[in-house]
Design a protein around this ligand. Structure first.
Ligand code: PLP
Length: 469
């Protein structure tokens, strides 16, 4: 493709995307195709001869689009957000256009320095402890996902506990990690990847609000110490996936400090709420955390993938993951004058992700971000009030942020049927969780284009469907 053709097709594609956003709420939110439907329309082999871009785009419309679940629809209330914005799309496009591989400072200084600056900005914007800043002992790095962030935290925690011996000997023996029964499965996966064995992952019981019980954590740690084991890692969550529960970070942090255990705090979706000073009480205790992660690709208008991960002591993370083969050596690295983000995560190569985050921060400004996040929380509170006022539906508890758990009073089977019917209709998309054997509908409100009318319509559809079943 020549630059001229690129210019032409690129403009058409931008128009196509803009049209898509203008029409997105008209599509059935959940893709209605059956397994294999897309595959059978695709040829078995890659084309021998190159094709026109317009032919490819025709197939996008005819084959691909029916298989899209419209995450950017304002009627998407399922799982958690993955909200997007035009400045973010443009930032991603520019990143693709520049095609930078930012593994070292030297391979594109701007890729590293912009990332460091943006991560420091976010520490201030979210009121995070200053020790996470690059100007202190800590620092932030953009990871692809919260799963990668927790893996990096697990590895650094392991090395700190074993005095960096595990890196050399591979001897994991005796190490024990702790999560709650509600912690996201990414920690279990991280534990598997690091070769620890899931029998060394303790699941601490939760209280009636589904938050980890620090007293039981302490008890389990004591038992493990008495058995000669080495507790090394705790993951606490601000906004659990199932029910948005908030673990008591400060109390958990004190337990961790007492036993020299690494505390990682996962605020994948709900971390964005810290932009609002009124919601900072949920983040109290973060000064006791060794690492912290949240995903702008969930609820901060930044398209996938973008996880922000901070450590309080960057030296530990870097010592854990640093490898410098001959072919990567360069003057800036050897003088120790720069950050080389390749030492901050598992993979070597890295995209210029901070561009899209920078575009988002500059487009909205802190004020704009606070306004939109606050809107989502207010819509959530409105929906909560409607549920509370209804005789047919009940609420799990007051939502702290933007996720409501509610159910029809008719029981598990009915609620599952209600959800399946609503999703099949395609006008809205909801998902569920099961807590202590009870089926709850989850309504997560935070897509970029979601307005009060969408939430109102969703509630009307839910009630109407429930009446007709
Ligand atoms: N942690 C929490 C609390 C989550 O809700 C999720 C995703 O749902 C994750 C971690 C995993 O996120 P990612 O897809 O970025 O790995």
């Amino acid at each position: 493709m020549s630059p001229e053709q690129f210019r032409e097709e690129g403009k058409k594609l931008i128009d196509w995307i803009a049209d898509y956003y203008e029409q997105v709420e008209k599509y059935p939110v959940l893709s209605q195709v059956q397994p294999g439907n897309i595959t059978k329309q695709l040829p078995n082999n890659a084309p021998e001869k190159g094709e026109e871009f317009s032919t490819v785009m025709k197939d996008v419309e005819q084959i691909i689009m029916p298989g899209i679940t419209h995450w950017q629809s304002p009627n998407f209330f399922a799982y958690f957000q993955s909200n997007n914005s035009f400045p973010s799309i443009l930032g991603d496009l520019l990143s693709s256009g520049l095609g930078v591989q930012g593994m070292l400072w030297a391979t594109s200084p701007a890729c590293t320095e912009l990332e460091t600056r943006v991560m420091d900005w976010l520490v201030d914007l979210k009121g995070l402890p200053k020790h996470f800043k690059s100007t202190e002992n800590g620092g932030g790095v953009i990871q692809d996902t919260a799963s990668s962030a927790v893996l990096a935290a697990l590895l650094a925690a392991r090395e700190r506990k074993t005095n960096f011996a595990c890196n050399q000997t591979g001897d994991n023996s005796g190490l024990v990690a702790y999560i709650s029964t509600q912690t996201h499965s990414s920690v279990e996966k991280g534990v598997k990847v690091m070769g620890l064995g899931t029998d060394r992952l303790r699941r601490i019981e939760v209280d009636r609000h589904f938050a980890m019980r620090p007293d039981l954590l302490e008890k389990q740690i004591q038992q493990d110490l008495e058995a000669g084991l080495k507790p090394f890692f705790v993951c606490a969550t601000i906004g659990t996936t199932s029910s948005n529960a908030v673990d008591p970070i400060e109390a958990i942090g004190r337990v961790c400090r007492q036993h020299s255990i690494w505390l990682h705090v996962d605020a994948a979706m709900s971390g964005t709420a810290a932009l609002l000073p009124d919601y900072r009480q949920y983040f109290e205790g973060l000064e006791l955390a060794d690492s912290y992660a949240f995903n702008p690709h969930k609820w901060m208008f930044t398209n996938f993938d973008c996880d922000c991960f901070w450590v309080a002591d960057k030296a530990v993370l870097i010592k854990t993951l640093s490898i410098l083969p001959e072919y990567l050596k360069n003057e800036a690295t050897e003088k120790g004058a720069v950050i080389d983000y390749r030492d901050w995560h598992v993979q070597l190569g890295r995209r210029f992700r901070s561009l899209k985050l920078w575009f988002v921060l500059r487009h909205y400004g802190a004020e704009g971000l606070r306004y939109h996040i606050n809107q989502h929380i207010e819509l959530t509170q409105l929906f909560t009030e409607w549920v509370k006022d209804s005789d047919d539906f009940e609420l799990l508890s007051e939502p702290p942020f933007n996720l409501v758990l509610f159910r029809h009073t008719k029981g598990n089977e009915f609620n599952k049927y209600l959800m399946d019917c609503l999703n099949k209709d395609g006008k809205i998309y909801l998902t569920h969780t099961v807590l202590n054997g009870t089926f709850w509908l989850r309504m997560s409100i935070g897509q970029t284009q979601t307005e009060e009318r969408h939430v109102q319509e969703a509630w009307r559809l839910i009630k109407e469907k429930a009446e007709t079943l």
